[in-house]
Design a binder for this molecule. Structure first.
Ligand code: UT7
Length: 352
């Protein structure tokens, strides 16, 4: 059985910085509220009509491919994690293949729809394919262009102040003989009981089944499409919804659990961790997790202050920055952990 290593990593964030002060102009919020509740000072927004999720993903992917020392044509499988795809279908995986100029049709392209834990899910999938020898160069991308679909009025302020745009990518390969870099263990979890507590429901083919039929404005004509209605647009039902307090409470339980699960499985202890790279959901969540696991400040990476919550992109952006800054060196024990919509959560323990 092969072992899987991260052979290359890279990230890209759009140039445009959006401060909390800018949001104060369009909605009833304040820099003070946002910093106190989330730690976020600014985020990046992609350039309208020039950037989209695939383009951000491609910019990160090119860096990861170069960092791995390979050519794009050598990629034999693409995994793309996002909750803000360019199209409802097809997914960003094939769009990225085209954007990178990969013409081989021997390649597979898979889209992962696991929101904040999409990158961790993608790592676990890639790990299985590499271990079994099925693929040799897997490109895994997490990218988001949240700014296109948020409600920037006071009505949407609890959600829209949190999110930002960006992308991160890794190339995964089999570890060579004698190399210590490897994924030690991955753990994936889901609890669909809470599916609607952090969700972007419309447009969608849910058909009003979950008791919300009457408020959707569906036509009486059974041949009319009900994917999206005028009422949904008029009533602002086409934006993400988040039960922030429930998400927060559940996240601070699940992050430590799933990190400990990875450590226990690999026979490691929290003090052996060089770095935990948590999904950058909220600085307060990361601080809570740090206290529960009794980790030092230098053992938990945070960059949410600069980028906000970039969902599927947050872990690879953070890991890429940690590597760039020299915080993580070859041989270090690193744990990636995520929690989010679904609810889904997971962890990856690796030796860098
Ligand atoms: O990556 C996906 C996973 N997501 C998360 O992990 C997010 C988890 N949840 C959170 O981070 C927090 O719940 C939030 C930061 C989203 C919200 O913080 P909170 O402390 O839970 O606030 P709240 O929703 O309970 O709202 C408290 C008050 C409310 O006002 P009243 O009813 O007390 O008068 C809100 O209307 O804060 C108000 N509020 C705001 N005020 C200013 C909500 N959003 C804002 C805002 N600016 N942006």
């Amino acid at each position: 059985m092969n072992r899987t290593k991260i052979a290359g990593i890279g990230h890209y964030v759009p140039e445009r910085i959006v401060t909390n002060a800018e949001l104060e102009v369009v909605m009833d919020t304040s820099d003070e509220w946002i910093i106190e509740r989330t730690g976020i000072e600014e985020r990046r927004f992609g350039e309208r009509f020039k950037e989209n999720t695939t383009i951000l993903g491609a910019k990160a992917a090119r860096k990861a491919i170069e960092n791995a020392g390979i050519e794009a044509e050598e990629i034999d499988f693409i995994i793309f994690a996002t909750l803000s795809p360019d199209y409802f279908f097809p997914g960003c995986g094939v769009l990225l293949q085209r954007e990178l100029g990969i013409t081989s049709t021997e390649i597979g392209a898979l889209d992962v729809r696991n929101q904040c834990s999409g990158f961790v899910y993608g790592m676990s999938i890639a790990d299985q394919f590499i271990k079994t020898g099925h693929y040799k160069n897997i490109l895994l991308v997490g990218a988001e262009m949240h700014s296109m679909g948020l409600d920037f009025t006071t009505r949407g302020r609890n959600v829209s102040v949190i999110f930002g745009d960006g992308a991160g990518a890794v190339v995964l390969q089999p570890s060579r003989e004698g190399e210590s870099s490897e994924i030690l263990t991955t753990h994936l979890h889901a609890d669909g009981t809470y599916a609607e507590e952090l969700a972007f429901i419309n447009p969608g083919a849910h058909g009003g089944v979950h008791g919300n039929k009457d408020e959707m404005g569906y036509s009486e004509n059974k041949w009319d499409p009900i994917f999206i209605t005028q009422k949904m647009l008029d009533d602002g039902m086409t934006f993400p919804y988040m039960n922030g307090q429930l998400v927060f409470k559940t996240a601070v339980k699940k992050f430590p659990e799933v990190i400990m699960k990875a450590l226990n499985t690999a026979g490691k202890k929290a003090e052996e961790l060089k770095l935990v790279v948590p999904h950058q959901a909220n600085l307060r969540i990361s601080q809570f997790v740090q206290r529960m696991l009794r980790l030092r400040d230098d053992q938990v990476f945070s960059n949410i202050q600069k980028y906000g919550n970039t969902t599927a992109a947050s872990i690879p952006i953070a890991l890429s920055e940690a590597v760039q800054q020299g915080v993580v060196q070859r041989g270090d024990l690193v744990c990636l952990a995520a929690f989010g919509s679904g609810f889904t959560w997971g962890s990856v323990l690796l030796t860098w």
